[in-house]
Design a protein around this ligand. Structure first.
Ligand SMILES: [Fe+2]
Ligand SMILES: [Fe+2]
Length: 606
């Protein structure tokens, strides 16, 4: 099973504050970049190249770029930066640096031969890729290497270092990017932090034991200019607010977070809200940031607003509009309902792997028609195809506009939302989520939320499970909720998955504190287990956790046999939306397929 752990240093997980614009007389507006690449000379050069391309070339011309055209477009200074300032370190003695380059990459990075790297006859392999080995001797001092290429070729090159003189002891320091891990080149070593299961299977004797510098696959996107690099969005921002979405960062009984966006011409925003039937509107100012995806040709920068309404009455309908006060562009009224303060019955929807695809819209509409009182939507990851693409989120929020402006959306983190180790900045910037997650992780990656008599624990499989275990235990231990739902992306019990870390760190806690349902996805099929405890079938739901996998877009049929621990499974190309109705000590889960047909149902009573 592929793993997709994030590696970016914590500092990059925070908002990148740069001067992006000023609201009149106010503080600089923070700019959130869709992809968190290491801030430095290469990023500056790429920003400049992309800006010049936007200014001088048509979209067709940009989409027709190839390596030769890019090389003709960039300046000698830019070329030098891209050749020598992308991956750097100091060596205390003369060293031989090996660049291990995927043989399947069509174009050798332009700088390798130019900078004096020579191809050897050596080859390194893992289960997926074969790497040719290029070498160069550097004197003691700064070693500077270049970009992976102008395409986004995922198997990024890897670096190995040894002393040029036998007997010298090599010490490397002053790395750029700064948070470089150092390991040893050997069979079994991993080379990508976002895919630690992909280990080296063949290492020539000449290279064994050398210093190995792993990376993340996402770095290949830092200089992405060719092969579908430039994108357009079907939903460019305008002065009118859109992408109005409800989430929660506080208590669903008394608060409501609301977000929306505009183009850059709008510099202020408020929510006006009132209890349904009241004549008094309350105005709540919104915080704003600029979200930037420089590769979206028709919508590279948008203004994003977030406001949190607090002090609301439980179980109450509120009407609201969003928009700018000054020029009067406001949304049509929409409404939301706060969570009840008692254990009144409620229904929520659960989908997974929606991947911003159109098929999710009729499915969601059928679900709302069947469960019109549904309180919110929970998605267990892979909300979109590429989490760092602004246009993917535009597509999703455009398609789900009618739902998410009236009912909160609880996005969970999937490998596609935080792809190739590049971090989840965009999803975290777009949605205001509870900031009660594990220490050391960016707020919103993992969180818990209490709704009625149910606890929802949203876990992030793109971070190490052990980093979330203590928080998970405390959260489960300290709740008096009747029902406990754990929501995360990779399924621990599924014929197409094997998650030893989740089984080791999370499953024993689900057992100890009796999580009722674990809601997962990723493998793009449907499966509901019998109640499991310690991985074994338990006598009843009172004794174990029911592990569910769902998928909300049609996939291709999978040739998998239903395992003995499964109660229900569907490995055909169906899409599903599940509804849970929690009513005191009774919880019923029902699933419909893309035709709206009820295809699975289970009721658990306490
Ligand atoms: Fe998926
Ligand atoms: Fe996935």
């Amino acid at each position: 099973m592929k793993k997709h752990r994030s590696f970016l240093p914590a500092v990059l997980v925070l908002l990148q504050l740069v001067t992006g614009g000023f609201a009149a007389g106010a503080q600089p507006v923070p700019v959130v970049r869709a992809s968190q690449f290491p801030a430095g000379p290469v990023q500056e050069v790429m920003d400049g190249i992309v800006a010049r391309l936007h200014a001088q070339k048509s979209l067709d011309e940009m989409r027709a770029l190839d390596d030769a055209r890019v090389m003709a477009f960039i300046t000698p200074e830019e070329r030098d930066t891209l050749a020598t300032k992308y991956w750097c370190f100091d060596a205390n003695v003369p060293v031989i640096v090996s660049v291990l380059r995927d043989e399947a990459q069509k174009v050798v990075p332009f700088w390798m031969a130019e900078e004096g790297f020579a191809k050897t006859a050596l080859e390194v392999r893992n289960a997926k890729y074969a790497y040719e080995v290029w070498q160069k001797t550097f004197p003691a001092g700064r070693v500077g290497l270049g970009i992976n290429g102008f395409e986004k070729h995922r198997p990024h090159y890897i670096v190995a270092v040894r002393p040029a003189k036998a007997g010298d002891k090599v010490a490397l320091s002053n790395f750029f990017p700064a948070d470089q891990q150092v390991s040893k080149l050997a069979k079994g070593a991993y080379v990508y932090h976002d895919w630690p299961d992909l280990v080296l299977t063949r290492v020539p004797r000449e290279l064994k034991g050398q210093i190995l510098l792993p990376t993340i696959r996402g770095r290949a996107r830092e200089a992405h200019l060719i092969d579908d690099a430039f994108r357009i969005t079907a939903h460019p921002a305008t002065p009118a607010p859109d992408q109005i979405a409800l989430t929660w960062s506080g208590d669903p009984e008394t608060s409501q977070a609301i977000q929306w966006r505009t183009d850059l011409s709008v510099d202020n925003g408020t929510v006006r809200s009132r209890k349904q039937g009241s004549t008094d509107w309350t105005s709540t100012p919104a915080a704003c940031c600029i979200i930037e995806d420089r590769m979206v040709e028709n919508n590279a920068r948008v203004r994003h607003f977030t406001a949190e309404l607090t002090g609301l009455a439980p179980g109450t309908v509120y009407e609201y509009t969003v928009g700018a006060d000054k020029d009067g562009r406001r949304s049509a009224p929409a409404a939301f309902t706060t969570a009840p303060s008692d254990a009144k019955p409620f229904t929520f929807l659960w989908m997974s792997d929606t991947h911003n695809r159109p098929e999710t819209v009729p499915l969601l509409e059928k679900a709302v028609k069947r469960w019109p009182d549904t309180a919110f939507l929970n998605v267990s990851g892979d909300n979109v195809g590429t989490g760092q693409y602004g246009n993917d989120w535009d597509t999703l929020l455009g398609r789900w506009a009618d739902f998410v402006k009236n009912r909160p959306y609880l996005p969970g983190m999937g490998n596609h939302d935080s792809i190739d180790g590049l971090g989840p900045e965009l999803i975290l910037a777009l949605f205001d989520l509870p900031k009660n997650g594990p220490e050391g992780m960016a707020p919103g990656r993992a969180y818990s939320l209490r709704y009625g008599n149910a606890l929802f624990v949203m876990l992030d499989v793109t971070e190490a499970p052990e980093k979330q275990a203590e928080w998970l235990e405390n959260t489960l231990k300290n709740t008096d909720a009747t029902w406990k739902f754990a929501v995360f992306h990779f399924p621990p019990f599924d014929p197409d998955a094997n998650e030893p870390d989740i089984k080791k760190w999370w499953v024993p806690l689900f057992d100890r504190y009796h999580v009722d349902f674990a809601l997962t996805g990723h493998v793009h099929h449907y499966l509901r287990t019998k109640p499991l405890r310690g991985g074994r079938v338990a006598a009843s739901p009172k004794d174990g956790t029911i592990y569910c996998v769902t998928v909300s877009i049609p996939g291709s049929p999978q040739h998998i046999r239903k395992p003995r621990y499964a109660e229900a499974a569907d490995f055909a190309e169906n899409a599903f939306c599940n509804a849970f109705t929690v009513d005191g000590n009774r919880c019923t889960m029902q699933a419909i397929d893309q035709d709206g047909k009820l295809c699975d149902e289970v009721t658990v009573e306490k």
